[in-house]
Each structure stands twice: as C-alpha cells, then as structure tokens.
Design a protein around this ligand. Structure first.
Ligand code: NAD
Ligand code: UGA
Length: 455
C-alpha cells in the first residue's frame, strides 16, 4: 500500500512510543517509523513485552504494528525516507559546566539535528516533540539550514502534554494540541501539514496554532503551573498539621471554585517524575540568564517546597517512632513516582528511602510495576533492602508501613491482617492520603497522614 506521508520519530521512550502508536492507529494512510539508538528498547517495542508500562498501550501498538507502525534502529535510512521528523529524545538537566544543575542538556538534540542533515537528501519538516528551552527552534534552524545540499528544513514546535499512567487517554482525547511555527508562508504551510495529521482524530477547535516561541514556552509554563499547584497545597498541608485543619477538606473547599479548579490539589510526599523538576529548573535558568531574578526566584520556590515536603515526611516518621529508626523494618508501599506506571524517575520514594537508610532502617519495598526500576535505582544499598511484589510479605514484622504511591491496590488490602503481622506499636504513614484513617486507627494503627493531625 502506498502511504500518503511518512513520519519518523527519533526517540522511542515514554513520549515517542505512545505518541507515535496513537498517530499510527488513528491515521492508517500515514506510515510511522520510530527509531532509537537503544537496540534493546527497539527490540522490546517489536514484542508484546513493551519497554514501558502504560495502561492500554499494548492494544494500540498491536493495532498498528506491522501495518503502518514500525520500530527500527536504522536511523539514517529512515531519516532520508521521511517527510516529517519528530524529535523525541531526552532533554535532561545539564550536569556539567555553565548552567549545571539547571539548564537543559541539549547535546542529544543537537546531535539529532546533525544526523538529520547528514542523512537527508530532500526537504523535511522537523518537529520538536521533546520539551525544550524557548528559542531552541532558532538553534535547530541554524544547524539544519546551514547545509551544502541546498535543502530547506522547516522547524515546528509540537510539545507533548501527556501524563504517564494516562498517556493513551491523553493522546486519544487531548485537552488541546499545540503547534507552533514561524509565521512565514513556508512555516504556516508546514504547520498545516501537521494540523492535517491531528485532524484524523482531534476536533479542530482543540488544535491551537501559535508562533514557535509561544509554543515552546507554553510547555514549560504548563508544567510549572501544574507543579506550582501541588507545591501550594503541600505548603498548606504543613500548616494544617500544626493547626488541626484538614488539607483534604481545604482542597475540596477551594477546588469547588471553578477559577481554582479541583485537579492537582492532592497533598502528597511531593511531586516526582522526569519532567516537573527538570522543566522548572530550566525555566529558572532561562529567567536568570535573561536577568529576571525575581521571576526565577518565584519558580525556584516551587522546587524548594517540594524538597521541604519530602524531608518533612521523613522527619515526621522519625519523631513519631521515638526518634530512632535504626534496625527497624519499614515497608514502603509503592516506589513509582505515581500510580499506573513503572517509572521511578525523580520519585519522592527514592529520596525518602535514602533518608530512611541514613537513619539505618531496614526497608522492604513493594510495588506492582516498579520493582525492576527500584532495584536499579537502589542497587548500591541492597544489603538493607528487600523487594517483593506482595504487600503482605513486605509488611510482615515491620514497625511501619509508609504509602509512597497512590496505587488503587493499597486501598483494597486487608489492613487487619497487615496489622496482625506487624511489630507493635504498628505505625502507618499515608504519604498520599488514600486510606481510611479512622478505620486504620480503629484497628490499632498509629496513623499519620499528610496535612492532618489526629491528636
Ligand atoms: P526517554 O528517556 O524515555 O526517551 C528518550 C529516548 O531517546 C531514549 O530511548 C533514548 O535512547 C533516545 N535517544 C537519545 N538520543 C538519541 C539519538 N541521537 N538518536 C536516537 N534516539 C536517541 O524520555 P521521554 O520521557 O520519552 O522524554 C522525551 C522528551 O519528552 C523530553 O524532552 C521530556 O521532557 C518530554 N516529555 C516527557 C513526558 C513524559 O511523560 N515522560 C511528557 C511530555 C514531554
Ligand atoms: C506531567 C504533566 O501532568 C504532563 O502534562 C506533562 O506532559 C508531563 O509532566 C511531562 O512534561 O513530562 P507526569 O509527570 O507524567 O505528567 O504525571 P503527573 O500526573 O503530572 O504527576 C506528577 C507528580 O505529581 C506525581 O508524582 C504525582 O503523584 C504528583 N501529584 C499530582 C501530586 O502530588 N498531587 C496531585 O494532586 C497531582
């Protein structure tokens, strides 16, 4: 079958894989190929043991794979074949030199641009799918269009707003799709080609077009606003614990105001995930570089409250458990940074586990999907950690259970049975406020939750 268009995605990770699977499943007339330098990942995408866990992803991949969705390590050949190239490589925080610890490390983006010119023999549209600092499109244009083959590349920004654990729903029914381009004739023409692809399943009114800088900066701003909402409610949770107010009741009361909105108001041990911290640090760095010191300090506060929330949780555990955790067994319920994913990047559970180990606690970690990643993250500390998928096994003879991830599974356990198997007094620290605290206290647990006090 002849395809109308050929799309290539460079980077087969949490964004590249699901995004391209949905484009392929919704647009049978388009050929979609996903390439990566990581051979193992590409092999896994070709089997039913996908390299990432994401609800409903396998069914979408199976629908299109082998028909119009392909995974490959042949990067050069596929670059040359493509009309539209999505760049979906990782953009971690820079760890060296100028801007270390804040700026975005753009080496993977630049090397991808250089591979694109080296392998191309025809004009192409290059789409920024990765989250990038505002003005990156200008650097990409300079690298791509400074070629001696007479080729012209149009650079678009099409940031991805999916959240892990709900990626397929977010992609199939997006709140919006944002496409930014240069406001030139060729820029607008390239933008229209991408709009036409999304029109295969996204209603026209949900597709927002803008200039390329607004698009790049909207992505950093969206993540900063979302994380800010969590830090705001987490800061109030500290005040609740001192005053007898209940943060859950406050979230409900303020969330009923449409202007505030009721989402992202769950107080927690802090936000994790590969992007919030990285993207806010990047925003802070950009503001500092442009002399906007007050703006940078404002957004840096969001990160500081998140770190405060993580360390406050450990201090509270320590204070409640008679100021010593040495030799005590603590069961961590969950290790993923949120429910419905096996991803542990920047998970608050990692920071908490490390602090508990500093206090010489023995840990048993349970999680339905994240144990393989948790084992890698904590491989230097294996002597004091046991891993098990069975929460009952994890809690056996433990002094405390600490809920790290809001998996539904933890709401359905037999807490009487867990209590009976633990050492007494049995402590329960609900870092996600997902359990029935009155019921737990009736069983006999010494219960502590975020933004609540039971004294
Ligand atoms: P990831 O690490 O899961 O995937 C990136 C992939 O790119 C890796 O498999 C890596 O091997 C590959 N890669 C790196 N350099 C390459 C090269 N030169 N050629 C071919 N492949 C290369 O990262 P991710 O979570 O998918 O994030 C990718 C981008 O999307 C980041 O900028 C991130 O901020 C953004 N983003 C992520 C999410 C999310 O939920 N994870 C959501 C929205 C946006
Ligand atoms: C987030 C954004 O929600 C996506 O729109 C964005 O595309 C993505 O970052 C990205 O750029 O990578 P994600 O990190 O996958 O998605 O997950 P979220 O649902 O945003 O959760 C992030 C963290 O905040 C998790 O640790 C979660 O447990 C925590 N959280 C979330 C809270 O503590 N309280 C809440 O009310 C909501």
């Amino acid at each position: 079958m002849g395809f109308e268009k050929k799309i290539l995605c460079i980077g087969a990770g949490y964004v590249g894989g699901p995004t391209m699977a949905v484009i392929a499943a919704k647009s049978p007339q388009v050929k979609v190929t996903v390439v990566d330098i990581n051979e193992e990942k590409i092999k896994a995408w070709q089997t039913d043991q996908l390299p990432i866990y994401e609800p409903d992803l396998l069914a979408v991949v199976q629908k299109a794979r082998g028909k119009n969705l392909f995974f490959s390590t042949e990067i050069e050949k596929n670059i040359n074949d493509a009309d539209i190239i999505f760049v979906s490589v990782n953009t971690p925080t820079k760890t060296f030199g100028e801007g270390a610890g804040k700026a975005s490390d753009l080496q993977y983006i630049e090397s991808t641009a250089r591979s694109i010119i080296a392998a191309s023999n025809s004009n192409k549209i290059v789409v920024e799918k990765s989250t990038l600092p505002v003005k990156t499109a200008s650097a990409l244009e300079k690298i791509l269009n400074n070629n001696d083959k007479g080729l012209k590349f149009e650079v678009l920004s099409n940031p991805e707003f999916l959240a892990e654990g709900s990626a397929i729903r977010n992609l199939e029914f997006p709140d919006r799709v944002l496409i930014g381009s240069r406001e030139t004739e060729s820029g607008i023409n390239a933008r229209q080609q991408l709009v036409d692809i999304y029109l295969n399943w996204v209603p026209r009114e949900k597709i927002i077009e803008s200039n390329v800088w607004s698009s790049e900066l909207s992505k950093l701003t969206a993540n900063a606003f979302l994380a800010q909402k969590i830090s705001s409610i987490n800061s109030i949770s500290a005040l609740c614990e001192k005053t007898g107010a209940d943060v859950g009741e406050i979230s409900k009361a303020i969330g009923a105001d449409n202007r505030i909105g009721n989402k992202f108001l769950n107080a927690s041990i802090g936000f994790g995930g590969s992007c919030f911290k990285k993207d806010i640090l990047n925003l802070v760095y950009i503001c500092e570089s442009l002399g906007l010191i007050e703006v940078a300090a404002y957004w840096e506060g969001v990160i500081k409250i998140n770190e405060y929330q993580e360390s406050r949780f450990v201090k509270r555990m320590l204070a409640s458990m008679f100021n010593t955790l040495a030799g005590k067994k603590i069961a961590l319920f969950g290790f993923a940074f949120k429910a419905n994913t096996g991803d542990t990047r920047e998970t608050p559970a990692y920071y908490i586990a490390r602090q508990l180990l500093v206090e010489r606690a023995n840990l048993s970690i349970t999680d339905p999907k994240a144990i393989p990643n948790a084992k890698i993250d904590l491989m230097d500390f294996v002597d004091n950690i046991k891993f098990t998928e069975d929460p009952y096994e994890a809690a056996k003879e433990a002094d405390a259970i600490a809920v790290m991830t809001e998996w539904d599974l933890y709401k359905t356990l037999d807490y009487q049975k867990l209590f009976d198997s633990m050492r007494k007094p049995a402590f329960l620290f609900d870092g996600r406020n997902i359990l029935d605290h009155n019921e737990l206290m009736n069983i006999g647990f010494d219960v502590h939750a975020i933004g609540k006090s039971f004294d």
